[in-house]
Every structure is written in structure tokens, then in C-alpha cells.
Design a protein around this ligand. Structure first.
Ligand code: GLA
Length: 378
């Protein structure tokens, strides 16, 4: 990861005004619940996007990065035409304009160590870093709580990905040492203490390195199916179906696939609430079975896992993990395994061996602790 300040000086020949950082995330539990107005519980990774930024005397915005060779410049009349990685930047400028903000012309140099295509929200980290930088640079009056929705609009409307509000909320609102309990309907948050080291635990992240396939189409199909089910059931969103109402709701749905999608969302929301209850009581170890049940639900009912992540879950459980599950949108990406801190090497070796036996590309693994959300760097 090139230092963003150095990249700024090299590209623009002057010092930046400052540096702003926004992290990638993993979701401890609560998958595909965000666009169903439900609950999620992500935490921020240490890996982050850093944006070194400063004002520009030229009209428009110029952005360069350590993940693409050429800088991109766009003016306010060209905002709609930006493609590729810079679309996430232009999308943020567009969303700010659309919300009535006057965004000052700026120059931005980006650097990132958030893995791309691993389901840990590298794009939300990019949007959130740029948004935080532009808000500060321009002195814009945009409260922190309102920022995720704006970054989400950049992704939904500008980039065209029909994602929920979890990733941008995590990147912007997470706090170090805590998991972010977010109610995706009210957008209320509670910072839940998640001190793994204190409990002698670690979260091992296993990047399956499985090639993402049909992600966008499958994601959109899941979302449609949930919205259609809510319509048939006569509720604003599947959030409004409680576990106690589930059997009755399922009887009203003719389609077997739709029934399974609904069952995942309803049970997953409850698993988030149960996980939060255990964490509030300081019983971290006991969330393991909820994580594993979440994985089974994603595999059997929501059908978003792939063999690589299923093998990682099974292998880490067999090696003694308290719980394990895929995190993120699915069809590849990462698995989280809750383990005793001293077991990381053993579990890592067991997962690597299981991958080799299955003939899969080797996974990438590291232990994660909850890091801070978006901020200006000193
Ligand atoms: C992706 C989306 C999120 C969320 C997750 C699944 O990361 O960007 O909004 O829906 O998938 O939980």
C-alpha cells in the first residue's frame, strides 16, 4: 500500500490538506437482512482506504489511486459518465450534489489495502473515505448518521448495484473494539463491546479466494424474491414477520424457493438479536452456534454459499472453532471462524489442508480485531 500523501505529492506536486481513512468490514451475523429492514452486526477491519485530499484551483475533481495506473478527472457536467473504479468517487460527488451540497473542486490520491472481490466491502470503504474527505474539505453540514445513506445512493443509483445500507454504515459508523448493531429500518445503532482478546478469543478470517460468479444477478434475484414475499404477505418488509408468525406466513406462500428465502431472513434477524443479547452479557464464546446456524441457513435456505466457503466452515469447526460462517453477500468471499486465540495456527493449517484435499486454490487467512470507522487521520 503506497502512502496516500506521497502519492498525492507525486501526482499533484503539493502537500494534501489532510488524510482521511475508511475501513473494509466483515459482518459478524445478519446476512441479506439489511434490505429487508432488519438487523446486522458488522465490525470494521483494520484494512482501509486512505484518501489524501486537497482543494483544486481547476474546476472538477481529479483522483488517482494505487490500484489503477491512470488518474481520472471529471467536472460537474461530466459526473454521470465516469466508469470503472472512479465511478465510486464520481458517485459520491453526484450523491452530494443531488442532496443539495456544493462540493468544492478537489484533488484526491487513494491508497488501499482492503482486498478487492473478497466480500469485505472495498467499494464501500472507497466511497466512505472519499465522502468523509469531501465533507471535511468542503465544511459540509452532513451529520455522521446521515452519511451512510448518501454513500449507499452512490452505489445504488450511480454505480447501479442494488445493495443495502450495511456496508457504508459499517465503514462510517463502526468503532474500535466494538461491533455495530444496526437497525436497518430506524438506522439506530448500538455499539456492542466485542473485545475478543480480553475473552481469549480471535476471529479468523478465511478468504475463500473463490472466483465470484453471477454475484450481481443472484444478489438482485434474492432481493426481488424477498420484496415479492413481503408484498404477498402484506407487510412493509420481511422484518415485520416475527419467528412466531413464521409458520403461518410460510403457509401463505405457494413457491417453495420463496418460502426458504423468507425462512432465512426471519430466522437470521432473530439470530442477530440473540447474538447481541449474548455479547451484551459478555458471553462471546456462546455466539458460536448462532454463527454456524446462520451459515446453514445461508447454504440451505438462501442458497448463497459455494463449495469453497462450505469447506472452510466445516474444516474450521472440525478443528475446534466455536462457530463459523460465511460473511457478506455470498457466492464466494470470506468465512469467519470464532476460535481460541492460541488455536489460530492449528485451525489455519486444518483449513489449508482441507482446501488442498478438495483441489481448491489456497485460501488467505488472518486474525481480525474490530478497528475504527471512518475518520480524519492525524
Ligand atoms: C453485500 C451488500 C450489503 C448486504 C450484504 C449481505 O455486502 O452490499 O448491503 O446486503 O451483501 O448481508
Amino acid at each position: 500500500m503506497t502512502d496516500a500523501s506521497t502519492a498525492f505529492v507525486t501526482a499533484f506536486g503539493s502537500e494534501p490538506t489532510g488524510r482521511w481513512a475508511a475501513p473494509g468490514r466483515v459482518n459478524l451475523i445478519g446476512e441479506h437482512t439489511d434490505y429487508n429492514d432488519g438487523f446486522v452486526l458488522p465490525f470494521a477491519l483494520r484494512q482501509r482506504v486512505v484518501a489524501a485530499a486537497g482543494p483544486s484551483s481547476e474546476p472538477g475533481w481529479t483522483v488517482c489511486s494505487d490500484f489503477a495506473p491512470d488518474p481520472v478527472t471529471f467536472t460537474s457536467t461530466e459526473i454521470g459518465a465516469v466508469e470503472g473504479w472512479a465511478a465510486y468517487v464520481a458517485g459520491v460527488v453526484w450523491a452530494l450534489h443531488d442532496a443539495g451540497f456544493d462540493v468544492p473542486p478537489a484533488r484526491i490520491a487513494l491508497s488501499s489495502d482492503v482486498p478487492v472481490g473478497a466480500g469485505v466491502s472495498s467499494s464501500a470503504a472507497l466511497e466512505s473515505a472519499v465522502l468523509t474527505a469531501l465533507v471535511d474539505l468542503g465544511g459540509l453540514d452532513l451529520p455522521v448518521a446521515a452519511r451512510p445513506a448518501l454513500a449507499q445512493r452512490a452505489e445504488n443509483v450511480y454505480v447501479g448495484a442494488p445493495t443495502g445500507i450495511m456496508d457504508q454504515s459499517a465503514s462510517i459508523r463502526c468503532e474500535q473494539g466494538r461491533a455495530l448493531f444496526l437497525d436497518c429500518r430506524s438506522l439506530e445503532v448500538e455499539q456492542i463491546p466485542f473485545d475478543l482478546a480480553d475473552a481469549g478469543l480471535a476471529i479468523l478470517i478465511i478468504n475463500s479466494n473463490a472466483p465470484h460468479q453471477h454475484v450481481d444477478g443472484e444478489y438482485g434475484a434474492r432481493r426481488k424474491s424477498c420484496e415479492e414475499a413481503a408484498r404477498i404477505l402484506g407487510v412493509p418488509a420481511l422484518r415485520d414477520v416475527s419467528p412466531a408468525d413464521l409458520d403461518e406466513a410460510l403457509i401463505k406462500l405457494d413457491d417453495e424457493v420463496m418460502r426458504r428465502r423468507v425462512r432465512h431472513i426471519v430466522t437470521e434477524n432473530q439470530r442477530v438479536l440473540d447474538t447481541v443479547g449474548l455479547l451484551r452479557a459478555g458471553r462471546i464464546r456462546e455466539i458460536g452456534p448462532l454463527m454456524t446456524a446462520s451459515h446453514a441457513s445461508m447454504r440451505d435456505d438462501f442458497e448463497i454459499t459455494v463449495p469453497e466457503v462450505d469447506v472452510a466452515v466445516l474444516a474450521s469447526l472440525a478443528a475446534g472453532a466455536y462457530g463459523a460462517r460465511m460473511t457478506g453477500g455470498g457466492f464466494g468471499g470470506c468465512v469467519l471462524a470464532l476460535i481460541d486465540v492460541g488455536e489460530a495456527e492449528r485451525v489455519t493449517a486444518a483449513v489449508a489442508a482441507a482446501y488442498a484435499k478438495s483441489g481448491f486454490t489456497a485460501p488467505t487467512m488472518w486474525s481480525a480485531t474490530p478497528g475504527p470507522g471512518a475518520c480524519r487521520l492525524p
